[in-house]
Design a protein around this ligand. Sequence first.
Ligand code: ADP
Ligand code: MG
Length: 464
Amino acid sequence: MSSTCLEETCYQFAASLATPASQFAYAHGIVRFAKDLSGVTPLPMSLLPWRADAEFVRETRETTPLYNTLYARVSEEREFLAETLGAARQVDPFVSRLFDCLPASLPEKPRFFINRNDCMPHGGGGEVIPKQVEMNLMAASLGAVSAKVNRMHRYLYADTEMAGRLWVNDAGDDLVQTFVDAWKIVGGPNAVILWIVDPLEPNIFDMRATESRLVVDHGLPLGRCSMDELGSEGTLQNGDLYFRGRKVVLAYFRIGYAPTHYTTPNCWKARELIEASSAVSVPSVMVQLANMKKLQHTLSDPATLRRFVPDAEATRLERTFVRFAGLEDEIEWKGQRGKARELAIAYPDDWVMKPHREGGANNFFADEMVAQLKKLSPEEGEAFILMEMIRQEPFRAIRLVNGQVEDGPCFTELGVFGIYLSTGSKAAPTVNREGGYLLRTKNVANKEGLVLGGFSFMDSVAPR
Ligand code: ADP
Ligand code: MG
């Protein structure tokens, strides 16, 4: 194969890998439950690694620790969060309820983040730069399974020139190492790390792979429970949280980012118990609030950004921003001045409307966005922001979806995991690094990017 692998023979070779790829997927647990939980099926995955622009990859990686620092600082600022989300809180019950989980005085404790910096390549032909879709500060998943997809690519392409170019993805090892490092800070006798999960999680295999490594290879005491179970059985004793007889030192959320996850009052009680206790929450409520899209918008203001990071870092981060606006903001777009809402209606392909919400499939694009923009009152509009659409050049991709080989034009999104650990609110981080990646590629017809939602497929990076 040639060094760029853009010839027909490369695409044919990729398509011929369907059988060994699906066998590898079953062998290594690159699978999910079928929707009716009747069996398992391989996750959608690429058969041809993405030939990435090297500069795009480098810049996405290098900005990840800078974003870790930025959000670590922002999430310390209770007043700033309250002020920035003040209007959203009035119209968005989820935002409001999260604020209500915060005790009057927050206990001092270590800070742990497992983030993911999601960027898309913007532009084409000449310069391709990363533009950040969002920073995920909560339940950033699919790391361990992405590393397996990467391993599959290294196996299937071992005899080709691609082997030397693939960016090795160790996101699974990185996640394990994060818990091992965190345990050194919070571990102790009778302590337990709790994974807070959805009892019906379709992505359970990814979790079990990491959990079992933590228990067997590193001897970490690990428990798993739902938010409801923790809320109903957890108790506070002298500022410590106890669950089923053990002291919870770390609560790692793989659920809790969407209002629908809070099925009982006990789910909220679980959040309140953790916030009031010595247990480290990954993420804490303050961090979750810092992850609202309104913050991304607010931090795109140069002076606001520079309150949190030095000028040189701010300038570098700003290169990864697209435009943001509140619906009622006066902005300039394509030479016209006006209300952002009206300009987004006039140029629907240039904007996406997003609620202050994590978890995918919440955004409004194109006609749907226009319909919403015409209907929302100014007050209701506070629950959303407008974000400029990132423009990338489509590329041809070959993938395996539900046992079928698909071939066609795609877009992609690189998420670099960011790990940040510090011993306290004022302490410098003991760890601030990247930790592997998730590459989600999708057909150009799909606006959203979820793998488990069936919109995108897992991929690997092969810089050109
Ligand atoms: P969520 O918190 O729900 O994951 P995101 O901001 O990541 O929300 O948006 C979901 C998906 O929508 C992204 O993965 C991406 O595919 C698409 N998307 C979001 N913002 C943009 C944008 N500005 N330009 C192009 N696509 C976008
Ligand atoms: Mg996202």
